[in-house]
Design a protein around this ligand. Structure first.
Ligand code: PLP
Length: 385
């Protein structure tokens, strides 16, 4: 092949859409969660590609900083994480299904048994394989996954259960941890205490990020923070003490001047009442920049008047009209002209536009914003020296 008269591409510098992950902030957030967890050990929940930020780099950074327990949702996620956290204990929250046994054993993953069916299957697997650790999810009122409490307690007391069955963790999940005043928290705590009493000598875990903030009673032996590690809100109505970790930015493809009275975009969803300047950026709903953040022309605007905002050159700039699949238009009229030009980047969320504020404009939560980013973001990991 002939040499091209160009330098190698700098994918990040030229990306239409980029995601910067601050690994120093991530690790600080994990240490903060560990401090708040008191005597309990602190795991890291890295399901859904570490909430969209990349399980490889996130998993490795946390592992090298001392995290030794991880939770993933699926066996596939566990197989990837194993490469970056060789000695860690990796729990698989969705448990086990026939056909997964080999990958569980080969990658040293710990399935979280979540139902009576899984329990029977697991017992049969152990009859062939011999002793192997598992965790037990017990339902204390969430009604999603988990063994019913009575069945779990009966299992704990069952002297005839095979010795190869070796639970190392019994766990449950709070339905209302993000709402500290909700009486459901204490109900679930009382129920979970009955379960842990039955499984004396086996480690226990109840609290995700929000549960950690509920205080020491909720911590048990192992806490399971996810969202707080990534800097987003865990508890409703509380000032978020975590450091932002993810910054999403989209490149300005074109700016244009538009006269008062003209309209913008699909459905003419925005009519300009002054001469305006618009910046068109390369991010749209296919990138998780949700259409519900449009400034108009979407039903959510009747309930939440303010659409999404971007940030550039010290200014917050509103989304103009409807967000489309690959493109979003911002109104940059109030930003000095020389400060917004093609090639510049507008922050979609990060330390100026908090991911939870972007999520509120979209009618959703930070968790969904982060995990919806899709495949087109060029990722970049930074850490302080
Ligand atoms: C996702 C999940 C967590 C982490 O929850 P966050 O609210 O992100 O901290 C913990 N435990 C279970 C069972 C989960 O599904």
């Amino acid at each position: 092949m002939t040499e091209l008269p160009f330098d190698d591409d700098d994918n990040f510098a030229s990306a239409g859409l980029r995601l910067t992950v601050d690994l120093t902030a991530l690790v600080e957030n994990w240490r903060d969660m560990a401090l708040r967890s008191g005597r309990a050990r602190t795991a890291a929940v890295v399901k859904a590609d570490a909430y969209g930020l990349g399980i490889e780099d996130v998993g490795e950074a946390l592992y090298l900083s001392g995290a030794c327990d991880f939770f993933v949702a699926t066996v596939d996620e566990g197989v990837i994480l194993r490469l970056y956290a060789p000695e860690a204990r990796i729990f698989v929250l969705s448990g086990i299904w026939p056909g997964m046994e080999r990958r569980i054993f080969e990658n040293d993953l710990v399935p979280v048994i979540v139902s009576e069916e899984q329990l029977s299957f697991w017992m049969a697997v152990l009859a062939d394989y011999g002793e192997y650790p598992c965790a037990l999810q017990v339902d204390t009122g969430f009604n999603r996954l988990g063994l019913p409490m009575e069945d779990a307690i009966a299992l704990a007391d069952d002297v005839s259960r095979p010795a190869s069955f070796a639970p190392v963790l019994v766990m449950s999940h709070l339905a209302c941890g993000d709402d500290p005043a909700n009486p459901m928290n204490r109900q679930q705590l009382e129920s979970f205490r009955q379960v842990t009493a039955a499984f004396e000598g086996i480690e226990s875990s109840l609290a995700a990020s929000a549960g950690i903030f509920l205080g020491p009673e909720y911590h048990f032996d192992l806490t399971r923070p996810g969202i707080a590690l990534y800097g987003a809100e865990a508890v409703n109505g509380m000032a978020n003490p975590m450091r932002p970790v993810a910054t999403a930015e989209a490149r300005v493809i074109q700016t244009r001047n538009v006269k008062a009275g003209e309209t913008v975009g699909y459905g003419r969803a925005l009519r300009l009442d002054r001469d305006s300047r618009l910046a068109v950026v390369s991010a749209g709903y296919a990138d998780g920049y949700m259409r519900s953040q449009s400034s108009g022309g979407v039903p959510l605007r009747q309930a939440v008047p303010q659409g999404g905002m971007g940030f550039i050159a010290g200014h917050r700039v509103p989304v103009a009209g409807r967000i489309t699949m690959d493109l979003t238009i911002f109104d940059v009229t109030d930003v000095p002209e020389k400060l917004v030009k093609a090639g510049d980047y507008i922050e979609l969320f990060g330390s100026n536009i908090l991911v939870d504020d972007a999520a509120r404009a979209a009618g959703t939560i930070g968790y969904e914003m982060l995990t919806s980013m899709g495949l087109r973001h060029q990722r970049h990991y930074v850490a302080e020296e």
